[in-house]
Design a binder for this molecule. Structure first.
Ligand SMILES: NC(=O)c1ccc[n+]([C@@H]2O[C@H](COP(=O)([O-])OP(=O)(O)OC[C@H]3O[C@@H](n4cnc5c(N)ncnc54)[C@H](OP(=O)(O)O)[C@@H]3O)[C@@H](O)[C@H]2O)c1
Length: 248
């Protein structure tokens, strides 16, 4: 963890999985206007990212493997308290995808997917909704997925973990009316996670339903920035961002 740049702003935007294709693009965009708390499990990658950001705002990094949820709450609480910061916005971009026929799935696979996709953000939000930090927390955005709404072979576990996020925003929106909670039902975007679906030889017919074609990380950061707007009149919602795939 380190402070790399000087700043004038107070609160921070936490990006989990800042080393993701979408997380990195988001960091590039958001560092223009606010302090960032970049999360990842790889210190080197996070340092390279923070070095590449040209900003007058503060950049902090928090290194943590989200599959280890047992000690996450304590680690994150200590980190935030030791840095004497408040987190105003959260974007949960970390995610784990594992496509496996259901009968081949082991408990350890399910636990790992749920730890990274769901339990980690619950633990983080348990800290940020505590009495000490609740008032500072303005907006939370989850990156959910198209297949949390539709069936896909071999994808039941990942899809159900994203479905949990869709439900989570509703309960939290009601329980904490001072904060906006929304999820993005994200269609196919070419990233490290999905690259294997785009390479030559892969069956591209799965993208036929995308009226506007598949998305780019930039398309996603635009939507996230909309959901992070301070005056947004929207909470507890699932926003489809899928190039029209869901209605075709
Ligand atoms: N791309 C799509 O088509 C698509 C569609 C729907 C939803 N999404 C969601 O969008 C989000 C961003 O995905 P992406 O496409 O940009 O994928 P990506 O590039 O593969 O990013 C995944 C991120 O999660 C992090 N991560 C994975 N396991 C972790 C762990 N145990 N501890 C800490 N961090 C961990 C990765 O860290 P490392 O860099 O260290 O691996 C990386 O930062 C994910 O939540 C994904 O489920 C993507």
């Amino acid at each position: 963890m380190s402070i790399l740049n000087a700043s004038s702003a107070q609160g921070f935007t936490l990006i989990t999985g800042a080393t993701s294709s979408i997380g990195m693009e988001l960091a590039l965009e958001r560092c223009k206007g606010e302090n960032l708390l970049l999360h990842g499990r790889d210190y080197q990658k996070l340092m390279e990212l923070s070095d590449s950001l040209s900003t007058r705002f503060k950049i902090l990094i928090w290194v943590y493997d989200l599959s280890k949820v047992d000690s996450l709450y304590e680690d994150f609480r200590k980190f935030v308290s030791s840095q004497d910061i408040v987190v105003e916005r959260v974007v949960h971009a970390a995610g784990q995808l594992k496509i496996l026929p259901f009968r081949a799935v082991k408990l350890v696979d399910t636990q790992s997917i749920y730890n990274v996709n769901v339990f980690s953000i619950i633990e983080i939000l348990r800290v940020l909704t505590s009495k000490e930090y609740r008032r500072s927390l303005q907006s939370v955005v989850f990156l959910s997925a198209f297949f949390s709404k539709f069936g896909d072979k071999g994808n039941a576990i990942y899809s159900s973990s994203k479905g949990a996020l869709n439900s989570l925003v509703k309960g939290l929106a009601v329980e904490f009316p001072g904060t906006r909670f929304n999820s993005i039902i994200l269609g196919a975007v070419r990233t490290k996670m999905t690259d294997h679906l785009f390479v030559s030889g892969a069956d591209k017919s799965r993208f036929d339903r995308y009226i506007l074609g598949t998305g780019s990380p930039r398309d996603v950061t635009h939507a996230i920035s909309f959901l992070l707007e301070p005056s947004l009149w929207m909470t507890g919602q699932e926003m489809f961002l899928d190039g029209g795939a869901s209605i075709n």
